[in-house]
Design a protein around this ligand. Sequence first.
Ligand code: G3P
Length: 226
Amino acid sequence: MKEISQTPLVILNFKTYLESTGENALELSKICEKVAKETGVKIVVAPQHPDIYRISKEVDIAVLSQHVDAIDFGGHTGSILTECVKEAGAVGTLINHSERRMKLFEIDEIIKKTSTLGMGNIVCTNNIETSVAAATLNPDFVAVEPPELIGSGIPVSKAEPEIVEGTVELIHNINQKVKVLCGAGISTGDDLKAAIDLGTEGVLLASGIILADDPEKALLDLVSKI
Ligand code: G3P
């Protein structure tokens, strides 16, 4: 259960919502585990760093880090070390999320380091051009997320299908090994199905599930059409 190669892949990014912080993060992870077991769909969580250890110990699904810094062991007060999140139980990390942008050389360093450590990596991008650039660095996944749709409730797979399709096509022209995800505004089974129909291997999402009145029901609906 604790790896991220199986697709379709659903990554729930906990961000810093109250509903996905601390005890709530554990509860939500247990819901994800339950729905993953019931439906057989691969659901992975990306909680805040201080919640990684507890969730990875108590829940049998893959846990990702939301971010790591491009640093090695040493004097880097306040930074997030890849080796430390690995030891805490993270099997991979998001890189360059729209809400935590990084420089190109840092993205490259983290892809290489996570691969060396046997961890997965997902590089987030904002459009077709940056997705293609990211794919040349050989990550496991590129997740394209138009920033203006993040948290909007308007699904990228329906509002801007050309960005998703274009990303899939151009990435596969240059690097067949890179899997493409999309995110922003995804919340329903129709949104996820539309994303898969556009050629992606899954989605990265947050508010549609985390802020739902009934996250379990929302998750069950999300995976109901694949
Ligand atoms: O990382 C997922 C994300 O940025 C999309 O957020 O709330 O639109 O699903 P949301």
